[in-house]
Design a protein around this ligand. Structure first.
Ligand code: ADP
Length: 627
């Protein structure tokens, strides 16, 4: 091979790789860029959606709250005594008097001072009841007070004292009548703690187990009334409902619990009004007019200050956020991961969107591009592999060709030189004796035969390569084939001092075979046995039949073949390069040709060899082919 070859090969491979790799890399980069752009685009789309949704939510809430506010202003100006409808999102409305919040359940009505006659009777009753412990006498005084009562408050308190003293005096029937009357009359009249007198009467009736029908009915009715009650009333109602232990009572208890919680929050707000007012005023500064709202509490509530009219005190209004936001959306007071400020017109209010609402749509195109890219990459790699393989094959063929020419020329030169030298000696008449002349002539004939064999081998090889090698089968005795080969080699064997022993098991196998081709194969094995015998000078050939096969073993005691080389020696042009084989001429064609011939006869060749101890090549051909 020329010196430029490795460089040319490297250049070709580099060219090939760049032809495949550069466009592939460019394509990959392009695809990555497109996918990244697409992802950025969908991210941008998602954030736009988020902004739009926030704007829309703010618009909706503002409109809704504005409507509620107007409705409430009208209600306050018009019929302020009207109660809020039960399904209203407004939780409470509380007037502000000198920066103080009037609680919704605070009773601002003032009662006229009781008449002196009433007060006298009441005091007398109390003295008899608590100092003298004369319940019956006390009852008489309270009865007197009841007669003297002018206002509902006087009447109801007198009834309550009367009932209590009747009960103490053991006049249960009178006590019951009095308490029932209080139950009917005093639902709307409350004491200084904001508890209706009727509720005390109901408590007493239920505690003593008297006529609990009307009493429990009153408790249930009172608990379901949609109105603000004082915290005291709420707690008493709660304990009475617990005592009733009916499904209806359980239901009321639940709503009452919510109400009590709201009450607590409103009370806390009232206590903290000073601080909250600052925030509220700041909120109203952040938006024109009084369109601003502030978040407060756990739910949270939306608070705003409403001015019903220029002459009236402002009113603090609380709206339930849960009842006005669209489903899935949650408002919060404190910022948390994933929340965004509701923005203009709203202070301390964060929006939490339902999970996954603005999820970036999965990049379908990414998957698509990915698959296209992998197909392209795959085919580029496959094409590259196929191309590379072709290039390698081509280079291998070129290498084989040049190798072949070199080895064959060398092989041809040796016998030609020998023939020429012997012929020249004869020509010049320097042969001396007749015996010498005969020897020289025999050498010339033998070397010519070797040349012929070599030319045959080359021709055979070229026929095999082109698939044109044909075999002419006929009944062939294996013994004859082996003896013919031995005969051909007789002269070189004797010249080199070899002893060849041929043995047979006497089975004399006959095969349907091409005798010439078979002889050539055996000759190649025998030739190798001679060439690679080293110092050894004996070769055996064994013929026989075993396990339905005819066999020929060619045994030498020469240099042997290393285990690693044994699997390669049947490849074309393969020659073992070692110190022992150096200087032995050969083209690496003998064994591949022999193998081809034997395989054409459906046979096999195997080798058993030990370096330094010799080799045994066994040809085995099935006997089915026997003629
Ligand atoms: P060639 O003999 O022309 O080199 P072959 O195809 O006949 O080619 O043999 C291939 C190689 O196998 C040889 O180069 C040699 O190294 C090895 N070989 C073949 N026969 C023997 C043998 N009997 N003993 C040792 N080595 C052998």
């Amino acid at each position: 091979m020329s010196l430029a070859d490795p460089r040319r090969r490297a250049r070709r491979i580099a060219l090939l790789l760049s032809a495949i790799l550069i466009p592939t890399a460019a394509l990959t980069l392009l695809v990555f860029r497109v996918v990244r752009q697409e992802n950025e685009l969908s991210e941008r789309r998602a954030s736009e959606q988020r902004r739009e949704a926030l704007d829309q939510l703010r618009r909706e809430l503002t409109a809704r709250l504005q409507a509620l506010r107007l409705e409430e202003v009208n209600r306050l100006i018009g019929e302020s005594g009207r109660r809020l409808p039960p399904d209203s999102p407004i939780v409470f409305v509380a007037p502000m008097v000198q920066d103080r919040m009037i609680l919704p359940w605070e009773d601002s009505r003032t009662t006229a001072p009781p008449a002196p006659e009433f007060v006298r009777s009441q005091r007398g009753g109390e003295s008899r009841e608590f100092r003298e412990h004369d319940a019956a006498a006390a009852a008489a005084s309270y009865r007197h007070a009841l007669d003297a009562a002018r206002s509902p408050w006087e009447r109801c308190s007198a009834r309550l004292w009367l009932g209590r003293s009747y009960l103490k005096a053991g006049m249960t029937v009178d006590a019951e009548v009095t308490d029932h009357a209080a139950l009917q009359e005093c639902g709307d009249v409350s004491d200084a703690d904001g508890v209706p007198f009727a509720l005390y009467a109901a408590e007493r009736l239920l505690a003593s187990g008297r006529g609990d029908g009307p009493a429990s009915a009153y408790v249930l009715r009172s608990a379901s009334a949609a109105q603000w009650r004082s915290p005291n009333e709420g707690f008493i109602l709660q304990s009475l409902l617990r005592r009733l232990a009916s499904p209806a009572a359980a239901e009321r208890l639940r709503t009452l619990a919510v109400e009590i919680r709201n009450q607590e929050q409103i009370s806390a707000l009232a206590q903290d009004m000073h601080h909250q007012l600052g925030s509220l005023q700041q909120a109203s500064r952040s938006a024109p007019g009084d369109l601003s709202w502030m978040g407060y509490g756990d739910e949270p509530w939306l608070l705003t200050l409403v001015s019903p009219a220029s002459f009236a005190a402002p009113v603090l209004m609380g709206v339930s956020s849960r009842r006005i936001v669209p489903a899935g959306v949650t408002l919060r007071v404190a910022p948390a991961p994933g929340t965004v400020p509701l923005g203009e017109g709203f202070v301390d209010l964060q929006v939490e969107w339902p999970a996954g609402r603005f999820a970036v749509p999965p990049a379908v195109s990414g998957v698509l591009y990915g698959s296209i890219l992998s197909v392209v990459l795959g085919s580029a790699l496959l094409a590259g592999y196929l191309l590379l393989r072709d290039v390698y094959r081509e280079m291998e063929t070129a290498e084989i060709r040049s190798h072949f020419v070199a080895s064959v020329s060398h092989e041809l030169k040796t016998p030609l030189t020998s023939i020429r030298a012997h012929a020249e000696t004869l020509l010049m008449g320097r042969a001396g004796s007749a015996e010498m002349t005969s020897d020289y002539l025999k050498t010339i004939v033998s070397e010519s035969e070797r040349l012929t064999r070599l030319v045959h081998s080359v021709l055979d090889f070229s026929r095999i390569e082109q698939g044109r090698k044909t075999y002419h089968l006929q009944a062939t005795r294996l013994d004859d084939v082996v003896r013919s080969a031995a005969k051909t080699m007789e002269y070189p064997l004797s010249q080199l001092g070899f002893t060849l022993t041929i043995s047979s098991d006497g089975s004399g196998p006959i095969l349907l075979a091409d005798p010439e081709a078979l002889t050539q194969a055996i000759l190649n094995l025998l030739g190798n046995a001679i060439k690679y015998s080293g110092e050894a000078r004996s070769i055996e050939m064994r013929i026989g039949t075993r396990h339905g096969e005819a066999f020929v073993d060619v045994v030498d005691h020469g240099i042997g073949i290393a285990r690693d080389d044994q699997s390669h020696i049947f490849e074309r042009f393969h020659r073992v390069s070692s110190i022992e084989t150096a200087g032995i001429a050969g083209a690496g064609l003998g064994l591949p040709l022999a193998l081809h011939v034997v395989e054409a006869h459906r046979g096999r060749i195997s080798v058993v060899s030990h370096p330094g101890r010799g080799s045994t090549f066994s040809v085995r051909i099935p006997l089915q082919a026997q003629a």
